[in-house]
Design a binder for this molecule. Structure first.
Ligand code: COA
Length: 353
């Protein structure tokens, strides 16, 4: 099935300017297999205590072994929920944006797989590769598409299957204990309104200078051959992370970008009802809260149950926060993240009254 010719679709919303991008529905999905910290000790030298103390994580979800489940499958489940809550059918979608760092295959993008699984014919689908900052970049892209009139109804999905690419031996323990699988989906619609609602401010950053701080190198087009047995034996097909460096960057950059984005929006921290950071490490989020003097209850955390689900972590957290009535009509939320690239950013979103 081809990915589609988007020229016709592109005309759909053209000519309508300066709409606000409003969240119409959210959904989340995790695979049924729960993997506790204790379970990890059968494969690697680690402990429940070490993982909880350093990261806050108690468990994560992994796809069942041998079932060929990719991020487009998890994304499909999350999308079905979000679409239902939005009152949309798949044919209402003008554009799919799919954020993942673990695509179903090297190419094509997972958005195309999701598009087909939703039963769509030629609806355009765009993959983005912004890792843990995927939700922040994706929301900003969706907002730009909606405001330009290019698309009016966007299905935005963040989804990851990371467990199938983890080195679960002791060699990979600093990374493998952190990551989990899952998906979150958001239906965004352009709405003509004078009110200060929807995506009201965003800040994006990247600093390629630190690309090697968090990297999965193989298969690599700059190598010839792209992958070899020797490289695999060296473990270069697994992610490498300089954890301490990423930690330090995160604490510094998250505080900076939150402040910058609030300043641009003319809002103080008191006017933000809930901060929803990417879930990389509970200690990072606690240090971020301290760095800008936020009370801990203003910062949403659910990493304890999910681990780090990369591009899925913020949409999963958003869906849970809505379900828990922590946010709703009239609330102002600040989303923020830092991840591989390095990339980092923040978005302020206000729910309509
Ligand atoms: N279980 C037990 N011991 C472990 C371990 C594990 N899973 N992983 C590493 N260790 C060991 C190390 O080997 C090291 O041992 P040593 O002192 O004998 O050499 C010791 O624990 C400390 O390792 P270190 O890497 O310095 O720990 P840390 O306090 O920096 O915590 C992270 C490691 C990964 C939890 C932390 O650096 C982190 O969270 N960084 C940010 C990660 C992140 O946000 N990534 C995603 C970005 S989106």
């Amino acid at each position: 099935m081809p990915c589609g010719d988007n020229r016709n679709k592109a005309k759909k919303g053209r000519g309508i300017s300066m709409k606000k991008a409003i969240i119409k529905g959210t959904g989340r999905y995790v695979p049924p297999r729960v993997v506790t910290n204790h379970e990890l000790t059968q494969w690697m030298d680690t402990s429940d205590e070490w993982i909880r103390q350093r990261t806050g994580i108690e468990q994560r979800y992994w796809v069942p072994e041998g079932d060929e489940i990719g991020p487009s499958d998890l994304g499909l489940e999350a999308s079905r929920i979000a679409l239902k809550r939005a009152g949309w059918t798949p044919s209402d979608i003008d554009l799919i944006i799919f954020a993942t760092m673990t695509p179903d295959v090297y190419l094509p993008g997972s958005g195309c797989y999701l598009q087909y699984k939703l039963g769509l014919d030629t609806t355009p689908a765009l993959d983005i590769r912004q890792q843990c900052t995927g939700f922040i970049y994706g929301l900003t892209i969706a907002n730009a598409f909606i405001r330009s009139g290019f698309a009016n109804r966007i299905l935005f999905v963040g989804s990851e299957v990371q467990s199938t690419a983890l080195d679960i031996s002791t060699r990979g323990r600093d990374i493998s204990v952190i990551f989990g699988d899952g998906a979150g989906a958001v239906c965004l619609e352009g709405v003509e309104t004078d009110e200060q609602v929807g995506i009201i401010e965003s800040t994006l950053n990247a600093q390629g200078e630190f690309a090697s701080a968090l990297i999965m190198e193989l298969p690599s087009s700059r190598l010839n051959p792209r992958i070899s047995e020797e490289m695999i034996l060296e473990g270069r097909h697994y992610a490498f992370m300089d954890g301490r460096s990423v930690f330090k960057h995160a604490v510094k950059r998250l505080g900076e970008v939150a402040k910058e984005t609030m300043e641009k929006a003319g809002l103080s921290a008191e006017e933000i009802d809930l901060f929803i950071p990417h879930q990389a490490n509970l200690r990072i989020n606690q240090a971020f809260a301290r760095s800008i003097n936020l009370p801990e209850e203003k910062v949403f955390n659910n990493i304890q149950r999910y681990g780090n689900t990369t591009a899925a972590s913020i949409p999963i957290a958003l869906d849970e926060a809505i379900e828990m009535n922590l946010i709703g009509n009239g609330s102002t939320v600040l989303f923020l993240a830092l991840g591989a690239g390095l990339t980092w950013g923040a978005v302020i979103y206000k729910f309509a009254d």
